[in-house]
Design a protein around this ligand. Structure first.
Ligand code: SF4
Ligand code: SF4
Length: 308
């Protein structure tokens, strides 16, 4: 069997990957400059790790010197819409309801790359699933997986934006796919309906104002009042700017990846969390991305919601 894009795409579909595209491993100057401006304005808040390994992020050759192409994969994780929230509960962002996507998606990509290697033993690769200094959204847009919406998230015209992105750097060169047009048009729903006005201009999010940042990433002992008074629902993450997007309303389909489905985690009871011991937290969230917030973070979030 000869290695070409078509058989890789077929294998990717068999493995449950929703979309796979190919592009060149170069980052344009404008993207690097925009990222630097975003960092310099302090929009990354306390996420210091986003400043690390800048040379690798800006130039994939510094991460994998023999890289010739970038294979970009998208995995649908949509678990269905949130049900109406019961009193005393807080919502969990859709991406975090099931098993940790880093592990699930990496395993799928390891299977894909392992299979490619059986066909082409000289194939060398580097996998990143939101875990390395890689401009994943940039490559997703450049390869035609989707366009970057005004909410800053990649939107695929067939399935919407509830997708994880995984990138494989390849030492084998593949013909690059075409980009897609930006289909946001005149819509501004995400800007208008973000509860904290964190989307300060199309595609520019100020993490200092974003509920997702405060409930997932921030290590602060308390969430600022100006954020918590506007957050009446979200215990971990925030999906508002995706939920209101017409492309999701029209096209989001329930994922076929069963490990992303866990209806028990649509929402969690706040009082239960506030009483939770570390042992129970570690057991309950062992396989979940929710453990990133740690028990102290989740309790802080629950307390903020109880007071709101
Ligand atoms: S995740 Fe929530 S708070 Fe952050 S930009 Fe989107 S709607 Fe706004
Ligand atoms: S809500 Fe509208 S403007 Fe925002 S990402 Fe979706 S289509 Fe684009």
């Amino acid at each position: 069997m000869n290695l070409d894009k078509l058989i890789i795409q077929q294998k990717a579909k068999e493995l449950g990957i929703s979309e796979i595209k190919f592009t060149t491993p170069f980052v344009d100057v404008q993207t690097i400059q925009n990222y630097e401006i975003w960092l310099n304005k302090g929009f990354a808040a306390e996420m210091e790790y986003l400043k690390n390994n800048f040379e690798k992020r800006a130039n994939p050759l510094n991460l994998m010197p023999e890289v010739k192409s970038v294979i970009v994969c998208a995995l649908n994780y949509f678990p269905g819409k949130h049900q109406e929230l019961q009193k005393g509960y807080g919502k969990i962002s859709k991406y975090a309801q099931g098993e940790d996507y880093h592990d699930v998606f990496k395993n799928i990509l390891k299977e894909l790359t392992g299979w490619i290697k059986t066909i082409e033993p000289n194939f060398e690769y580097y996998i990143s699933v939101d875990s390395s200094a890689v401009f994943e959204k940039y490559f997703a847009e450049k390869s035609g997986i989707g366009w970057q919406g005004k909410n800053g998230i990649i939107i695929n015209p067939e399935i919407g934006s509830f997708i994880f992105l995984g990138v494989v750097f390849s030492n084998i060169e593949f013909e690059a796919d075409s980009t897609l047009p930006d289909l946001c048009g005149t819509c501004v729903k995400c800007l208008e309906q973000c509860p904290t006005q964190a989307i300060i201009q199309p595609k520019v999010i100020d993490a200092n104002k974003c509920i997702s940042y405060w409930t997932i990433e921030s290590k602060a002992a308390k969430i600022p009042v100006e954020i918590s008074e506007k957050n009446t629902e979200w215990l971990y993450g925030c999906d508002v700017c995706q939920d209101v997007c017409p492309w999701n309303e029209k096209n989001a389909k329930i994922t076929k990846i069963r490990s992303f489905l866990n209806p028990e985690n649509f929402a969690l009871e706040l009082e239960t969390l506030m009483q939770m011991e570390q042992e129970e937290f570690s057991r309950k969230f062992a396989k979940s991305a929710i453990k990133r917030a740690k028990l102290t973070g989740l309790k802080r979030n629950a307390e903020g919601l109880v007071k709101s």
